[in-house]
Design a protein around this ligand. Structure first.
Ligand SMILES: NC(=O)c1ccc[n+]([C@@H]2O[C@H](COP(=O)([O-])OP(=O)(O)OC[C@H]3O[C@@H](n4cnc5c(N)ncnc54)[C@H](OP(=O)(O)O)[C@@H]3O)[C@@H](O)[C@H]2O)c1
Length: 295
């Protein structure tokens, strides 16, 4: 990952932020990094809707829950309406899994990792963007969208086999989601001038993201996540860096840019040119169409 040295900002500590005016939706805010960010935003007064499958924070003030299985594009489209996009200041996508060793296909005919970690974001964003507020909020910013993935890592995906119909591999499948999420940020920055969109790369953090590959509660997961936890920051430490960044005034003119786990700017992957990103999103929309999942 290469640093983007054009980005400089004044980092305010989390404790200094007053976010009562903010309405935020965290798609994938029931666990891991999305949950840590949702909790910290709520602790500063923001009103947060989290979307996911299982909610753990019903006792927490300022957080409400919408249950959804976002492996379905039909459900993703419904949820996009349900979260009242016209009221949102920030939309954060953190939904994700890691592809399994053997191919999993959703009831709608999509490779499961592609559906959960990437395609539902494309579907939701296309639904939500036209409905977002067209004015700046009281903090002085346009609606902001953050998409978490692994941008800047050089992954370009397998554009001619997004649904892994010719050959399957877990890493290859997951890299299609990594490339898709990076492409989506570049394309949406052009397609939707009414919003500002950014890509977040959290690096490696101990969460449940690898359960589908390693096996939930398996010894493999225990050992690998244990080692990861030993050397890396916790979801809470990561969130404490991200929340101030997400509301920073310095982001306002930087739609389409990317940030690492230290809240520093990073450059897009080499090869993820505007043309390639557009082709990637176009191929994704063609795939949805071929499965009868486009509107
Ligand atoms: N952790 C890392 O090392 C790492 C590295 C690089 C990139 N990332 C990216 O960071 C983001 C967050 O990952 P994480 O590490 O926080 O993972 P995580 O702990 O597994 O959390 C993933 C979130 O996605 C939700 N989710 C999964 N399947 C879903 C489905 N079918 N329908 C609805 N929601 C679903 C989960 O909700 P439920 O628990 O309610 O099902 C949870 O809220 C992802 O985009 C991931 O690719 C993480």
């Amino acid at each position: 990952m290469k640093r983007d040295n054009s980005f400089e900002w004044h980092e305010s500590p989390l404790e200094s932020l007053a976010l009562e005016a903010l309405k935020v939706a965290v798609i994938g805010g029931t666990n891991g990094l999305g949950r840590a960010i949702a909790l910290q935003l709520a602790s500063r007064g923001a009103h947060v809707i989290v979307v996911g499958r299982s909610f753990k924070d019903s006792e927490v003030q300022n957080i409400s829950f919408v249950q959804a299985d976002l492996s379905s594009m039909e459900v993703a489209r419904q949820i996009a309406q349900q979260i009242a996009p016209e009221t949102l200041d920030i939309l954060l996508f953190t939904t994700g899994i890691f592809a399994s060793t053997s191919k999993q296909v959703t009831a709608e005919g999509l490779e499961r990792d592609l559906a959960v970690s990437y395609l539902n974001r494309l579907v939701m964003l296309n639904e939500i963007a036209p409905k977002l507020r067209r004015t700046k909020n009281s903090l002085g910013f346009k609606p902001r969208v953050f998409s978490m993935g692994y941008p800047g890592s050089g992954e370009l995906g397998t554009i001619d086999d997004l649904n892994q119909e010719n050959s399957y591999g877990a890493i290859k499948a997951h890299m299609n989601t990594v490339a898709g999420n990076e492409a989506l940020v570049r394309v949406a920055a052009e397609r939707y001038p009414q919003l500002n969109i950014y890509g977040l790369n959290p690096g490696i953090v101990r969460t449940n993201i690898r359960d589908n590959l390693l096996g939930e509660n398996s010894w493999k997961s225990y050992i690998i996540e244990g080692i990861i936890g030993w050397f890396t920051q916790t979801p809470e430490q990561y969130a404490a860096k991200m929340v101030p960044l997400m509301v920073a005034p310095e982001l306002e003119k930087r739609s389409g840019t990317f940030y690492n786990n230290k809240a520093q700017g990073i450059l897009p992957s080499e090869g993820m040119t505007p043309n390639y990103a557009a082709s990637y999103v176009e191929a994704s929309e063609e795939l949805l169409k071929s499965k009868g999942l486009a509107k």
